[in-house]
Design a protein around this ligand. Structure first.
Ligand SMILES: [Zn+2]
Length: 207
């Protein structure tokens, strides 16, 4: 089996916090024990993750069904993003699904803010806040100058920055932009969305 086939990379973004990460980090996550079935449980081997998500998750054994996974579930349905930089369970989930979403958020520490980490080595919350601000600015620019060029530039800015879910949230009412984000962010499965860019149940997934 080719090496590349073993790594379920979801674009060049952390599979969990969605920030852009560089190629050298990706290489660190390729582990050699490719034939060991237990690696099915090892997020690091299969999903590209940034250093914060990776280190928070750690090495403990997991029950796959206890979490939502970005390579098998439609995690676009699992979480809600807000302008305060926080990530929470999506409001439409059932109580049981919310528990799974909450557990998934804690697995990689996406609930953390600087109060959890005074040393501020974990910049994910701050980066989400920044991304939200940039997406709002872009939406404002577009409202003043709605053109194909502006739309393309916004997509370029978004893909360079990462945080797909935040761009999708801020542009919630602009289906054209949402479709562009779905198409432009490498690794976003088109089958996870309906014609109106709403996330749908993923085939074979729990969500
Ligand atoms: Zn991450």
């Amino acid at each position: 089996m080719a090496r590349g086939e073993l790594i379920k990379r979801i674009g060049d973004y952390c599979s969990f916090c969605e920030r852009k990460i560089n190629a050298s980090l990706a290489v660190e996550h390729i582990l050699p024990k490719i034939h060991h079935p237990a690696l099915r449980l090892d997020w690091n081997n299969f999903l590209l993750a940034c250093v914060n998500c990776n280190s928070t998750k750690g090495d403990e054994d997991l029950k796959l069904g206890d979490y939502f996974w970005p390579d098998s579930d439609n995690t676009a349905r699992a979480f809600a993003y807000s302008e305060d930089g926080l990530v929470g369970p999506a409001p439409h989930l059932t109580a049981a699904q919310k528990e799974v979403a909450e557990r998934t958020i804690h697995l990689t520490g996406l609930h953390k803010t600087p109060t959890h980490d005074p040393a501020a080595s974990d910049r994910r919350w701050k980066q989400r806040l920044d991304a939200w601000g940039r997406a709002e600015e872009a939406r404002e620019d577009l409202s003043k100058n709605d053109s194909e060029i502006t739309r393309r530039l916004i997509v370029r800015q978004a893909t360079a920055l990462g945080f797909w879910s935040i761009w999708m949230t801020v542009f919630a009412s602009d289906l054209d932009m949402r479709q562009r984000f779905i198409t432009a962010f490498e690794g976003t499965p088109g089958a996870c969305f309906d014609a109106r860019t709403q996330p749908v149940q993923r085939s074979g997934g729990a969500l």
